[in-house]
Design a protein around this ligand. Structure first.
Ligand code: GLV
Ligand code: MN
Ligand code: MN
Ligand code: MN
Length: 412
């Protein structure tokens, strides 16, 4: 598809966003409602305005850019992704889907004017779960499918509650229920693959068929803090020694399933954290994913039985708190997948059906409306890292596929 005149390009929008939340040593940190997050959502709103979209922000800080259709009463076609990042993340995860969505709507408006059906691009406020023990705060409130157990009282690592953080950023904490949308016909998300399948198979576009389910827990191990010099080895209630054994056991059990299940401990807090004191308390995180819910369920049951046995051997206790339980997504919409495949074929883009081990906003939308995802390659499969990279021409191809699909849906 060729454009006429000046228009916004996804790679340029992305580099503007990549300057926000940039850490001194590289890497991007934009956490829900923090100053970098606020600056990024303000930049998104400004760029949406430059693209000629009507801009609005909902009660929790999701930013929308709208290109209203002539058929005002028909439901919208929405594209977009999330603005938040993991700590020390890359510039593509999430932000690329927003940049691509703005670029696509900018191009369609410039080339073809007002669509028949309304198109929207959304910058969701949160997806990663990197500040508070909840994830999908954006799309979860919009779809009404909330996989998180967290409440407004959930606190970040500094003890700031979600309620306080919302108020601090200028949002009314009680208004999150007003974000719900029931007027969306389809949600389409462009995202980096975050894996190396496209690169290995030398394909340019991934058409996602389904998204893995995941559960996230906190495991709290409680023992007793004692003097490191005077407490004999047999008398200790060492929470860290028990936790270490649990983590090794977890890895072994996940490897033994041999069917693609993945289990990760990414966070460990040791208290009191003093060299000459036996650790009395340990909290660690657990992230478990698989394409089938029953496999996740069975694995969690077996894991916690084995953890409790380890705890008993160490004379400590273990508590398990689930704060995120996301079912595997229903399949992405078959008709949209078919359209995407035809667009790729007609454009000469080598494509592949692919499933996603990473969670995405589109997975929640698949529960309430048609949903589709377009993947572009990630160099070396690297993601959730400052080393994330997707070449500009790969972005351009993904954006072209997205633009063509939205054209078919809204102008056809
Ligand atoms: C979200 O990016 C995830 O961890 O899957
Ligand atoms: Mn993402
Ligand atoms: Mn991510
Ligand atoms: Mn084909």
């Amino acid at each position: 598809m060729e454009a006429h005149g000046e228009r916004l390009h996804a790679a340029d929008i992305l580099s503007q966003l990549a300057a926000i939340g940039l850490e001194p040593d590289g890497g991007i940190t934009r956490l829900l409602y923090d100053p970098a997050w606020r600056q990024a959502q303000q930049a998104v709103a400004r760029i949406m305005g430059e693209a000629g979209l009507s801009v609005s922000t909902d009660a929790i800080g999701n930013v929308y850019g709208k290109l209203e259709g002539t058929d005002r009463d028909a439901p919208s076609f929405v594209t977009g992704s999330h603005i938040d990042s993991v700590r020390f993340g890359g510039q593509y995860d999430g932000a690329l889907g927003i940049a691509a969505g703005i670029a696509a709507l900018s191009k369609l408006k410039q080339s073809f004017g007002q669509p028949r059906r309304t198109l929207e691009v959304v910058s969701f406020c949160e997806e990663e779960g990197s500040r508070f023990p909840l994830a999908y705060w954006g799309s979860g409130n919009v779809t009404g499918c909330k996989p998180f157990a967290g409440s407004l009282e959930a606190a970040d690592a500094q003890g700031v509650s979600l309620r306080e953080a919302m108020a601090g950023a200028g949002y009314d904490p009680s208004a999150h229920r007003d974000c719900r949308r029931t007027d969306i016909e389809a949600f389409v998300e462009l995202h980096i693959e975050q894996g190396a399948v496209l690169e290995r198979e030398q394909r340019e576009i991934g058409i996602v068929n389904a998204i893995f389910g995941q559960r996230r827990y906190f495991v709290d191990v409680e023992g007793r803090s004692d003097h490191a010099g005077t407490t004999p080895m047999q008398m200790r209630e060492d929470a860290l020694a028990a936790a270490a054994e649990m983590i090794v056991r977890l890895r072994k059990a996940a490897l033994e399933t041999g069917d693609g299940l993945v289990a990760t401990v990414g966070m460990l807090e040791v208290s009191p954290g003093i060299a000459n004191v036996i650790p009395g308390n340990v909290r660690f995180s657990l992230d478990i994913r698989h394409r089938e819910e029953t496999a996740i369920e069975d694995f969690c049951d077996r894991t916690f039985l084995s953890f409790s046995a380890i705890a008993a051997q160490h004379r400590v206790t273990a508590r398990y708190t689930c704060w995120l339980s996301e079912l595997p997504s229903p399949p992405m919409d078959a008709e949209l997948r078919e359209r995407l495949a035809r667009i790729c074929d007609a454009s000469g883009y080598a494509h592949l059906e692919i499933s996603s081990g990473a969670g995405h906003d589109a997975g929640l939308f698949a529960r309430i409306c048609k949903a589709a995802m377009i993947f572009v390659p990630s160099r070396g499969g690297i993601s959730h890292s400052p080393l994330e990279y997707t070449a500009p021409e790969e972005i351009e191809r993904g954006c072209d596929v997205l633009t063509q699909l939205l054209y078919q849906l809204a102008y056809g």
